[in-house]
Design a protein around this ligand. Sequence first.
Ligand SMILES: Cc1ncc(COP(=O)(O)O)c(C=O)c1O
Length: 401
Amino acid sequence: MTWLSTSQRIAAEALIQQQDTPFFCYDLDKLSAHVKPLVDQQIVKLWYAVKANPLSHIIKTLDNAGFNFDVASSGELDQVLSQGIAPERVLNTGPAKSLKQIRHFATQGVRIFVAESHNQVRWLNQVAEEFELQFEVLLRVQLRFDKAEHNPLGGNTLTPFGLGAEQWQALTLSDYTYLDFVGLHIFQWGNMLCSDTLAELWQAMVAPLVQLAADLGITLKVLDLGGGLGIPYDRQSPSLDWQKLLDTLALIKTATQVQELWMELGRYAVGECGFYLNPVVEQKQNYGEQQLIVAGGVNHLLRPAVTGQAFPAELLRQSQAEATDFHIHGPLCTALDKLGTLVLPSDSADGDWLVFSQCGAYGYTESMPFFLCHELPAEYIISGGEISCVREAEPASSYLR
Ligand SMILES: Cc1ncc(COP(=O)(O)O)c(C=O)c1O
């Protein structure tokens, strides 16, 4: 069974006639259809976590759908503002908010911040005073749960994302007269695929968060549950049921008595809209195993190397050859440059193209494009059924100095 829709396959087949290096394609028609039901509800206010994919056209599509924007750096902020988005619709999260960055955000009109440390609270107050502003602040809380599980967002391990409830207890809100503490933020679990597990984790947060808010004297207007909604990267994994999640969120809203629930979605919003086309350079047999060397590796798609999870891939050409396991290696001189071990037709070989799906989030900008001086991948969009190029493939000479 293919991951590509018919229109995506037609686009891919047309594009490989013009391209001989790897490229990304984002299906904005699919993205618009996917996000419509996400925003079409009154239970949770949605922000787009720009880090998942900061491409201008993706931001504009989510803006049209009614998303607000969560940015974690000055670069992300500038990109969002240059798409014409008002700074009042921007939230700033992230563990490294320097005074310089906070000043930049303040001058650009951002007024909502997630504070991840006592220093950040102090610096936010200092900048708000300097500019005679009032900032809305959520404190990011890092809890420990009974159900320990390794997770890229930290799970139960020590991370720089926020502080434990005990550390926050030392905060005296009245010391920060330029800050309006509107609520709490919590997000520790990435790429969750089971609605029941998510419901359990969220339910388990209610009591400690409500207690912390009471201890600090915060009236919980807002509870931000971050991101973490997953997408399947293989055929065996389930997909989340949005309606079921909304039912759970409605219960959380009642249990915490908050006026607003927020989430910043990255992967779940945009992950499924993108695919990546990658030419096969060579097939070889080695120690009895089949290997494919492909033109683009972790220089364009880093995620498999850091998570150990492959993006799903298939041969673009139709083949009747029997399926076999192939180790897929990129072009970098490190064994880490492996895109996975994937089942592909046994006649897959040089001249073929592999298409990797679910690459709309944490693809291009999460990767390490400069190592070994290969081309930067081109980026295409499909919008209104038309394909257009947003970025041509760029040779190493475009970035080497
Ligand atoms: C604060 C914050 N919110 C939201 C997200 C988006 O997460 P996801 O892509 O799992 O939705 C991230 C991702 O790292 C994050 O750091």
